[in-house]
Design a protein around this ligand. Structure first.
Ligand code: ACM
Length: 782
């Protein structure tokens, strides 16, 4: 929990109060209003990531339209141009050109001290002006981004900056973000917007996931079918068919010209792009285009199934040459040192079943399929090394023997990273349970589709990429940290922004800031200013984590509810109303659980420094109907089988908003624990139907289950507990209504106890479509 006015809070408040000077264009040299808070209170700049050293000083400097920007030399000139352009695009500040005399902003390259990172910089703000210095253009650019942050929060045409000296250098050299363009395609403009945002967070590595089972997204001139065939898939279910019955393909790829443009755009922001060509698995789109480089006979299509699909590249010589042909074009396009070669989730069923592959393996004297995968990757590593490039791959590349120079990206936890570092390999930490941004950021019902294991801001912030158990001598092999944005369930740009922001801020801080400077409360105190900057950049950041979560306990008599409120990030100042008005900073403060009568219209918002954090207040209607209703997002799941819970969306309509459903795909069921059933006569259910489109490992597939259908199209069933007696059963129709839903009502047999754990299921195979519950309402006798 963060209190509302810590010293850190004052810091931010002071800067903002000091910053927004009346728009009368106060000249830098003339007297300006006194600072609201003495400089001594400025203990740290409200910058994210927090700089290594911030020393407050006496005085201040006002930046306005008269402030000259000077930058001797080409490199400093480029940085200054990027800085003033960004400032002009995102703030009212239009700075004077560099020739003017008098106090101003100077960007200067100075010889670096030996051993200094090329990304290090110093930033000095004093009465006499602002000076940014670095030994290298990249460091100078980082300093410019810090100065931009200080100026972009306030949104004023004259900004007073308190005097300070910042000495800054990154903790890690690899500060990465991965974006999956294969599952859903992102336009060049959207990629550039992500790169812009990365630069302002001092993230320097963009890992571009360009190939997968569901799409091949990079033009390869030698092999045009990769994008012609591999660039399109037919989505499952209704979204995959046009009105006339023809396939409604989902397509997209980047031409080589577009890739060159993106690479140059990234380079201008000191971001290196690491392209990923996934080998030998996640290859279905490529195999669809060139079946001769797959393993099984016969054609296939780019997959519309998420998960683990079985298609592998063939390990034979001709296919290795094909892959080298692809890599030859990839390294022409991407000048960075690393090429990501995938290596993840390559289930070996096809290789095991193929006599030709087995014979090839024996000829090579290899003991198993892991060794065969390693053999392929070592060959590709040699190809890259000969061209002065380095191979990086997911941690499965350890199995069967690591290519000698390989760097490992640890995603199945941190263990792979520890093992690789122990053997002297460089490592990027990217554990799925902490740094995957397709996991929802809160447990709120309005979180968009994704994986409802939570990757909260706190979880990201708490992660230390250097494991304590790694021997000191090997720690230097942890070269960085990366968050991964997989996009199976992220279909729109709006949702992509929601998933990336504000969590990118926590990623930036664990990647850049010295470990001993990490401080979650201080981070929360700096975050509201970061939200100003997001707005300035035109970023539609996620609101859920900034809103208020409500936990409710219903009174047995049904005339009162006990309500607990919290902010998912831990901001402590929550204000609420019960009179239908929007909460303000003067509304009652939430300090302990509330007991409110039914009905009550409750609204709440989290505040920081007197201002609401989210764009809108959270709102709940606590009336008799609400107490008798649960949704898929507020029900629990039954424990049987493998419980892979997902938040999935309807497949119709093809465009525009769609309903989403929380469903455990192995054994779909919804559990209303301890339902109070006195006077209840029936249960009404609203349900939709969505495609089942998942590739599963064989051992996982064995856990998939459903109740056997009795009626022609199965039935909706309610039991008392997951394996208990049937309390209600109602036949299902063949199909949904035109709106994609059905509503049915089933009489409910109430146990003598007057209560039950209502376990709700739909019988019948979940393939190719499954019924999914959206809402259940208990109906009383009258
Ligand atoms: C991965 O998540 N398959 C790297």
């Amino acid at each position: 929990m963060i209190r509302n006015r810590t010293a850190a809070t004052l810091t931010v408040a002071a800067l903002l109060a000091a910053a927004a000077i009346a728009t009368g264009c106060t000249p830098s040299a003339s007297p300006a209003p006194a600072l609201a808070v003495a400089a001594a209170d400025v203990q740290g700049a409200p910058v994210i990531p927090l700089p290594a050293v911030v020393q407050p000083a006496e005085g201040r400097f006002v930046v306005d339209a008269t402030t000259a920007v000077r930058a001797p030399g080409d490199a400093a000139g480029r940085v200054a141009t990027r800085f003033t352009e960004l400032l002009a695009r995102t703030t009212p500040l239009r700075l004077a050109d560099g020739q003017g005399q008098g106090p101003g902003i100077e960007f200067r390259i100075v010889p670096a001290a030996a051993g200094t990172s090329p990304e290090a910089y110093t930033l000095h703000i004093g009465d006499e002006g602002i000076s940014v210095q670095a030994g290298d253009e990249h460091g100078l650019f980082n300093g410019a981004m810090t100065l931009w942050q200080l100026l972009a929060g306030p949104q004023s045409s004259a900004v007073a900056l308190p005097a300070m000296r910042i000495e800054d250098t990154p903790r890690f050299a690899w500060r990465g973000l991965m974006l999956d363009s294969a599952r859903h395609f992102w336009s060049v403009e959207q990629i550039k917007a992500v790169l812009d945002a990365m630069a302002t967070h001092k993230l320097n590595t963009f890992h571009w996931h360009l190939t997968d089972d569901q799409g091949w997204r990079i033009e390869i001139k030698r092999y045009p079918r990769l994008t012609e065939v591999g660039g399109c898939r037919v989505p499952p279910g209704e979204a995959g068919r046009r009105a006339d019955g023809s396939p409604n393909r989902y397509c997209g790829h980047y031409t080589q010209a577009q890739i060159r443009d993106v690479v140059a755009y990234a380079a201008a922001r000191h971001i290196t792009i690491v392209p990923e060509i996934d080998v030998p698995g996640h290859a279905q789109a490529a195999v669809a285009a060139y079946p001769e480089h797959g393993v099984v006979d016969g054609p296939t299509e780019p997959s519309h199934n998420w998960g683990v699909n079985p298609y592998l590249f063939n390990p034979r010589e001709e296919t290795l040459q094909f892959l080298e042909g692809i890599l030859a074009e990839v390294i022409e396009l991407f000048p960075g040192p690393y090429v990501h070669i995938g290596g993840d989730e390559a289930v070996k069923y096809q290789w095991q079943a193929s006599p030709a592959v087995q014979a090839h393996m024996r000829r090579l004297g290899l003991k198993d399929e892991e060794a065969l995968q390693s053999h392929m990757l070592k060959r590709l590593e040699a190809f890259l090394e000969a061209r002065d490039r380095k191979l990086i791959g997911w941690d499965e590349i350890i199995e069967g023997g690591l290519p000698p120079q390989a760097t490992v990206m640890s995603w199945r936890g941190i263990e792979g990273g520890i093992e690789a570092a122990t053997h002297g390999h460089d490592v990027v930490m990217s554990p799925g349970n902490t740094l995957y941004l397709d996991f929802l950021q809160t447990n709120l019902p309005d979180e968009p589709p994704g994986r409802p294991k939570f990757t909260s801001m706190q979880k990201i912030y708490a992660f230390d990429p250097v494991p304590a158990q790694l021997p000191a001598a090997q720690r230097r092999h942890v070269i960085g940290v990366q968050a991964n944005m997989w996009t199976e369930h992220t279909r729109t740009w709006e949702r992509l922004q929601h998933n990336l922001f504000p969590r990118m801020a926590a990623l930036a801080e664990i990647a850049w800031t010295p470990l001993e400077r990490k401080d979650y409360d201080g981070f929360l105190a700096r975050l509201p200013v970061q939200l100003h900057r997001y707005r300035a950049l035109g970023i539609a950041y996620g609101q859920t984590a900034l809103s208020v979560a409500m936990q409710r306990q219903d009174d047995r008599a049904g005339n009162r509810v006990r309500v607990e409120l919290s902010n998912p990030l831990g901001y402590g100042d929550i204000r609420y109303t019960t009179d239908g008005s929007v909460p303000t900073s003067r509304s009652p403060a939430y300090t302990a659980p509330l007991v409110v009568p039914v009905p009550t219209e409750l609204q709440a918002a989290a505040f920081f420094d007197g201002k609401p954090l989210a764009d809108r207040a959270s709102q709940w209607t606590l009336d008799a109907a609400a107490l008798l209703t649960r949704t898929d997002k507020t029900l629990a799941q039954c424990p049987q089988g493998g419980r892979l819970l997902l938040r999935l969306e309807d497949d119709t309509p093809a465009e525009g908003p769609r309903a989403s459903f929380d469903v455990t795909i192995f054994n779909p069921c919804w559990l209303w624990e301890d339902a109070q059933l006195q006077d209840v006569a029936s249960i009404q259910v609203r349900a939709g139907r969505i495609p089942y489109n998942f590739g599963l490992l064989r051992e996982e597939e064995a856990k998939r289950g459903f109740r056997k259908a009795v009626a022609a199209h199965g039935e909706f069933e309610v039991r008392d507990g997951c394996e208990g007696p049937v309390l209600a059963s109602q036949p299902l129709p063949q199909a949904t209504d035109a709106d994609g839903f059905i509503t049915l009502e089933a009489p409910l047999r109430v146990p003598a106890s007057g209560r039950a754990d209502l376990c709700m299921t739909f019988s019948g195979d979940t393939r190719p479509q499954m019924w999914v519950l959206q809402q259940a309402t208990l109906r009383t006798r009258d």
